[in-house]
Design a protein around this ligand. Structure first.
Ligand SMILES: [Fe+2]
Length: 304
């Protein structure tokens, strides 16, 4: 029998374009004086702690690939283009080039279909990959040396409600896990979303002026901390159970189903997550968090 595929880690990997802008990578046309260091250093620590030698592919679920009829997956081996953030075009104009693990994409597509979900492969070679996918993948792995699988958010929260979205995200997670295990590949999962998501409606003259940055309201901070406490304590089933309430109260970007999909794919970990950073970006709450399969990872050893 061929070897069983594994999920070596999952990460909550938010995608505010500000973090790319602050990093000044060669791919981004806009240039900055820095900013949001705690979050960027958090991403650096996440990158350092991931077992890259073992990882065959990165699977990312993004709120900004919004498909209203079923879940879509990238189905072309190579994409190249320019991604411009529609809200922050002055911060993010990024020339991307990426490889897709089409075999694994198709396997997740098929497993989802088998589970009764509506699934579709994106086979247009000129398709412009969404900025949520690009930013989370860049920050988790700036080398871009691993193929990705990108999954859309099918937004049944728009036609129905957050609860329907969560149920479908759970089912998609189960299908993803089955497909990964059958593939024999080792993967990293990325949930590309912020937590509380209330933005400031105006921006200072210098976007990276850190004297202006803070969470929009104390209530949103408290909600974010409630969720993070559950992550640290390994209470992920409870976290998913309160997700509809959290999403509504914190106006959270978890409405896309990304975090629910990731927890379901990982089988709702009961071990503690490593919180690499928490910070605000134009008022929104962002956490960089890792769930490590390795029982010898320091965050898991402490809990034993
Ligand atoms: Fe977003």
């Amino acid at each position: 029998m061929s070897k069983k595929g594994r999920i070596v880690a999952g990460a909550l990997a938010p995608h505010p374009p500000h973090l790319i802008y602050a990093e000044n990578p060669p791919q981004n046309e806009a240039k900055s004086e820095g900013g949001w260091e705690m979050l960027r250093w958090g991403y650096e620590r996440l990158h350092r702690e991931l077992p890259w030698d073992e990882i065959d592919a990165i699977i990312v679920h993004s709120p900004h690939w919004q498909t209203y009829v079923g879940t879509h997956l990238l189905g072309v081996p190579h994409f190249k283009g320019k991604s411009v953030d529609p809200i922050f075009p002055h911060l993010f104009r990024y020339n991307y080039e990426l490889d897709v693990d089409v075999e694994l994409s198709k396997a997740i597509h098929d497993a989802g279909k088998e589970a009764g979900l509506q699934m579709k492969m994106m086979t247009n070679p000129d398709y412009r990959v969404d900025y949520g996918t690009i930013i989370s993948c860049h920050l988790a792995n700036p080398k871009w040396n691993k193929p990705i699988v990108a999954i859309s958010s099918e937004r049944s929260n728009a036609y129905y409600n957050v609860d329907v979205m969560q149920e479908r995200a759970r089912a998609l997670g189960e299908a993803t896990r089955k497909a990964v295990e059958a593939s024999g590949k080792n993967v990293l999962l990325l949930s590309s979303n912020s937590l509380s998501h209330r933005h400031f409606v105006t921006e200072g003259e210098l976007p990276e002026d850190m004297s202006k940055e803070h969470i929009t309201s104390h209530m949103l901070y408290l909600w974010d901390m409630e969720l993070i406490k559950m992550m640290k304590a390994g209470r992920t089933r409870e976290m998913i159970d309160v997700m509809p309430e959290f999403t509504a109260n914190a106006i959270a970007e978890t409405d896309a189903g990304s975090l629910t999909w990731m927890m379901s794919t990982m089988g709702y970990p009961t071990y503690p997550a490593e919180v690499y950073a928490y910070g605000s970006i134009i008022g929104t709450g962002n956490a960089i968090v890792g769930w490590h399969e390795d029982p010898n990872h320091p965050v898991r050893k402490v809990a034993q």
